[in-house]
Structures are given as structure tokens and as C-alpha cells.
Design a protein around this ligand. Structure first.
Ligand code: FAD
Length: 183
């Protein structure tokens, strides 16, 4: 898929499709003033200890670099495909220290950070992206059931809440309306 500059429909500004604030409100800053900057999963004294550093030569059928979601899912799918395949995952830090250990836990069918953003950037490919996003969500759900992973998974749908004049503007509200074919 070619990544291109967003081509917003007439009258739509960038903040209509990605209406996230770039300015931290004083109240938010205060509320977060005593937070510890540590991934939730590593902030538990019972978290599994990392494996020792690899210091010897090794060989394997499949080498995966990085133990984030991408690497771990790659290893899992490769093992599903061939249970006899030997797999080594090399991680520079500790599993969960990077983005995968810090994310907010939202499982969204959108692969484009929202419908309007997808529409602005990949109008032609959007039907495919929407279908792939729903397939992706369904497959994650199936894997959670298959491996009996307890992660408080809940397929709840989603709700967008407008909280300031920018996001309550009629243009923005119109733009955030869900298309009939989204999850
Ligand atoms: C604060 C935050 C909140 C988020 N919230 C959400 C959310 O709610 N929902 C959602 O869907 N997404 C969310 N995301 C995005 C999502 O977490 C990431 O897209 C996803 O975790 C990326 O996974 P990854 O495996 O590609 O990368 P990472 O999790 O960054 O893992 C890459 C790993 O590779 C290792 N590595 C890199 N180079 C090497 C090397 N040369 N040798 C060995 N190891 C290496 C790194 O140490 C790292 O552990 C969030 C991201 C952040 C940062």
C-alpha cells in the first residue's frame, strides 16, 4: 500500500479526522503528576524474569527479532503453521518494555486510526482496509479463545465522546459518524 499525503475532502481539516489534542491541559498534567513512568506489566514484582543474554552462537529454523506484539504473533503463527519448527526470538531489551507493553489495551477494528483518517489518506483502498481490520479483530478474538488467554477481553463496540469546542463542531461530528460497514 502506498503511503501518501492525506487528501482531505473539501472543507475537512486535519483536526477533523484526527481530533486529538496536542496540548496537555493543566488539570490533566496535575492528575498525572505522580505517575511512575513504567510499563504496567513490568511494574509487577511477579513478572517473569527475562531470559539471560545470549552470548553463544546459535542456529534455528526461524529467527524473530523483537518480542513485541509483531514478533510474538509472528512466532505464534509460525509455530501454528509448523509445530516442529524451531524458533528463536531475540529481544534487545525486555519483553513488554516497548510499545507493546505500554499500550492502552484498545482493540479497534480500524487499521487507519479511524474512518475519517482512512478516508482522507487511502480513499481507494479503504473498503479493503475496513474488511482487513474486521478480519484482524476476529482473528485476534479467535486466538484469545484458542489459547484461553485471560486478558479481560470484551468486544464492546466503541463510543466517541466530544469534549471541547473543536470536537463538538458540526463538521467534526459529521465526519466521525460511523460508516455502515465498520465493526
Ligand atoms: C503509549 C502507547 C499506547 C498505545 N495504545 C494502543 C492501543 O490502545 N491499541 C492499539 O491497538 N495500539 C496501541 N498502541 C500501538 C501498539 O502498542 C503498537 O503498534 C505495537 O505494540 C507495536 O508492536 P511491535 O511489536 O511492532 O513494536 P514494539 O512493541 O515496539 O516491539 C518491538 C521490539 O523489538 C525490539 N527490538 C527492536 N530492534 C531490535 C533489534 N535490533 N534486536 C533485538 N530486538 C529489537 C524492541 O526492544 C522491542 O521490544 C500504543 C502505543 C503506545 C506507545
Amino acid at each position: 500500500m502506498r503511503v501518501q499525503s492525506p487528501n482531505y475532502p473539501r472543507g475537512i481539516k486535519h483536526y477533523d479526522s484526527m481530533p486529538y489534542s496536542n496540548h496537555v491541559r493543566p488539570a490533566s498534567r496535575k492528575a498525572l503528576s505522580d505517575v511512575i513512568h513504567a510499563p504496567f506489566w513490568l511494574d509487577d514484582p511477579l513478572h517473569p524474569a527475562p531470559q539471560p543474554t545470549l552470548t553463544t552462537q546459535t542456529s534455528t529454523d526461524l529467527l524473530v527479532i523483537g518480542a513485541g506484539f509483531s514478533g510474538l504473533w509472528t512466532a505464534l503463527l509460525a509455530r501454528e503453521e509448523n509445530p516442529n519448527r524451531e524458533i528463536v526470538i531475540l529481544e534487545a531489551g525486555e519483553a513488554a518494555h516497548a510499545a507493546s507493553g505500554r499500550n492502552g489495551g484498545f482493540l479497534d477494528a480500524s487499521l487507519t486510526h479511524g474512518f475519517a483518517n482512512g478516508l482522507a489518506r487511502w480513499r481507494r483502498e479503504l473498503p479493503t482496509l475496513l474488511a482487513l481490520g474486521i478480519q484482524n479483530l476476529n482473528e485476534i478474538e479467535a486466538a484469545l479463545a484458542r489459547y484461553n488467554i485471560e486478558c479481560d477481553y470484551l468486544r464492546s463496540g466503541d463510543l466517541n465522546v466530544a469534549t471541547d469546542p473543536l470536537t463538538t463542531s458540526p463538521k467534526c461530528a459529521r465526519n466521525r459518524r460511523k460508516p455502515p460497514h465498520s465493526a
